[in-house]
Design a protein around this ligand. Sequence first.
Ligand code: NOJ
Ligand code: CA
Length: 710
Amino acid sequence: MRCIFFLASFFCFLTTMAEEIKSPNGNFSLTFEVNDGVPSYQLDYKNQAIIKQSKLGLELVGATSLLDGFSQANVEKNTFNETWKPVWGEVKEIRNHYNELAITLVQTETERKMVIRFRLFNDGLGFRYEFPEQPNLKHFVLAEERTQFAMAGDHKAFWLPGDYDTQEYDYTTSKLSEIRGLMKKAVTPNASQTPFGETGVQTSLMMKTDNGLYINIHEAALIEYSCMHLELDDENMIFQSHLTPDAVGNKGYLQAPRTTPWRTVIASEKAGDILMSNITLNLNEPCAYEDTEWIKPVKYIGVWWEMITGKSSWAYNDLAGIQLGITDYANTLPNGRHAANTQHVKEYIDFAATHGFDAVLVEGWNEGWEDWFGKSKDYVFDFVTPYPDFDVIGLREYAKDKGVKIMMHHETSGSARNYERHIDKAYQFMVDNNYNSVKSGYVGDIIPRGEKHYGQWMVNHYLYAIQKAAEYKIMINAHEAVRPTGLSRTYPNLIGNESARGTEYEAFGGNNPDHTTIMPFTRLIGGPMDYTPGIFEPDVSQYNPNNNSWVNTTIARQLALYVTMYSPLQMAADLPETYQKHLDAFQFIKDVPVDWDDSKVLEAEPGDYITFARKGKGTNNWFVGRTNDEQARVSQIQFDFLEAGKKYIATIYSDQKSAHYRNNPKAYEIKKFVVTNKSKLSQLCAPGGGYAISIIEEGNKKNLKGLKKL
Ligand code: NOJ
Ligand code: CA
């Protein structure tokens, strides 16, 4: 029944109102109701509730909360259907097609208005709260957002412990009812803390029902608001939103007119549909920049893994300076392990130029590391002062000559205020010295003290840096920043984020072998990750005898990650000297594009395996990647994505039969075949293994000679 605006509001208040919309294909239906003044929604998929009736509202500090006492004042329904082109992406064009329901609610007692807007797509739901400009709601402070997601069962979940400052955990796979019991184990050993309850988890949360339905909950367009976690009432299987607090415990400062981020629920009986969903991007605003010519996907190497493994150091002189009370670095003795020195960086530039990489990341080039590692609280990074052995101008010219960019590194040490103070000079320094991208980092507790990595204050900071960088035509890859929520549609110079447990943890003890079979379903729902694949030497002690970590993967799988872990920014993370030993396998990293016209999921099951095929931007060439969990499995794919009537040369980089991530990770083999769109492949994947294929169109019959057909 529709509540017509001119009916007295008390009539609406007393009556159960139900509004319904369906997704364009009719599979989803969304029902909204106001019961006894409390708004709620329900989401059904093919006539089964996937989100049971769930309450909506917000609790305020020092004011009547926006939880109840509502009547429905207006209802609007719309349909939207457009296609847009991302600046970079997994596909050339993205369809944004939804049916919309916007309900205006009035809280009778306070005469305040709140709109709840639902958008129902063929792949799921987005909804948000909106606060129009009005006399009785101007500035307000959130005590909590009280959005419920009532689950219809005790689903299997792939989850990370709730934490306001880090996502750098391994995933735990369990039933929802088991989260409480497993929380302690999931938190140890790396967590700062579990800041709330024993059932708090992070988004994007991936679930699977007993009936085989895949459900994902996340958020889109996190702007001027705190990042959302989910807290489970595990008696009733109801998740409730839990925002990140600030230093005094408040959860958000809002001024009407304003909207909250979108809350998203993606669902399908096909796991691959979750991976291909564009809901997160579609719920973000179109590109904010007129000129995007300067934004280019990047394949890079870096002076990095040698520090992560402990072979080399970021600091020029370790603690010497601080211990001696010397701040003039030119007069302190170098420690002999400083990697970012001119000569060594030149070697990386040479390697990048020889093998066609766009850029070389250089970490540890600037003053401040010794003070930071020395736990000085001075936070002396100024982002413009090089160590004495790093020749900024000389390297600028050297890199220019070689046609390679140097990628800037700004470790803020969590001191966001200090960074903001220096940001204009730091970005100008980049422009002056021919840098067009920066990897920024937020390691450690945030300064201002008490603020959290995922709170509103920092959410504002990250966006400030992105917008500021755009003024200087600089691309950003922010590590330790808040998890992405599709903002790169609006601000495509945000070309990467870490915000999860990346390859670096393989040198800090290791990642679970199934890690990369889960991440595309979770962390990557919000946007690309700078996962830094490409490790060819799994035995970390080869670089640093004091580090016994082991990279839990085969080499073949490292290649697959360039396809399965979508990102317009991809690193070849291992050392040039190691790549020199495996130039045949390295060829795949050289060939694989970082921007795509099309993508298809060929096989997928979270926690077990993912196989993607992607078509290189502006080409007719395809690349396939398969990542496998800790079990040996056979992958079976068809090449029907290829253009009919064309011939291609497929180079398959796979695990040998004897390969194993633990004891035989380097056992790969490379085979070439002729393939067409009729070809099929049955390929063994080792435990912790996988494979990669480059499929290059070949028109010249001569070049196909002698190759077997697949
Ligand atoms: C953590 C980042 O993830 C890593 O890539 C970086 O090298 C260090 N911080 C130092 O900034
Ligand atoms: Ca598994």
